[in-house]
Ligand binder design. Structure first.
Ligand code: GDP
Length: 181
């Protein structure tokens, strides 16, 4: 079955987003405590795809050696997954582009792993601020190694904004994969 991976810095709202997408809030437990999701979890959705919940990266308070272990663990997943269709890199819409996120996307690009960006917690900003931040983000991306801004989604786990769009995106790809069998 096709896999779609979700990853981001700890506390970016990954568990909340996964719960929103699956409509079950006991799957990925949320907490205000960063760094909680430690293992790779697969959730089977609609019996036709896997949502892959990867550990949060970049939590400042873990030691360097733990960070390194984490990073090679995550990278190994990416370099070995054959069913991985798309990776969603979650970033908090309130924050400036973070070095670790940009580096991670560069890693994906170098390894030709398709990805989209998800701007989370959109309910925390006014529309004008949200638009400005996304514009800044795009500028930063296209000022570095990217020719264009990758496809992105804007979500809020609080209001369920972006849920349909994201599920439709995944559903459409799955449909075209099935059609091509
Ligand atoms: P994770 O560490 O990336 O899995 O992040 P969590 O899903 O546990 O969320 C971290 C914190 O952000 C929690 O306090 C959540 O309640 C909060 N949060 C997550 N998503 C949203 C959102 O869309 N809107 C708002 N307002 N808060 C959110």
């Amino acid at each position: 079955l096709p896999e779609y991976a979700f990853i981001g810095r700890s506390n970016v709202g990954k568990s909340s987003l996964i719960n929103m997408l699956t409509g079950q809030n006991k799957l990925a437990k949320t907490s205000g405590r960063p760094g909680k999701t430690q293992l790779i979890n697969h959730f089977k959705i609609n019996n036709n795809w896997f949502l892959v919940d990867l550990p949060g990266y970049g939590y400042a308070k873990v030691s360097k050696s733990i960070k390194k272990t984490f990073q090679s663990f995550i990278k190994n997943y990416f370099l070995q997954r054959e069913q991985l269709i798309c990776t969603f890199v979650l970033v908090d819409c309130r924050h400036e582009p973070q070095k670790i996120d940009l580096e991670f996307m560069e890693f994906l690009g170098e390894n030709e792993i398709p990805f989209c960006i998800i701007f989370t917690k959109s309910d925390k900003l006014k529309l004008s601020e949200l638009n400005r931040n996304i514009k800044n983000y795009s500028k930063k991306m296209t000022n570095t190694i990217w020719e264009e801004m990758p496809q992105y989604f804007i979500t809020s786990a609080t209001s369920s904004d972006g849920k349909e769009e994201l599920l439709n995106f995944i559903g459409d790809i799955n449909q075209s994969l099935e059609d091509n069998l």
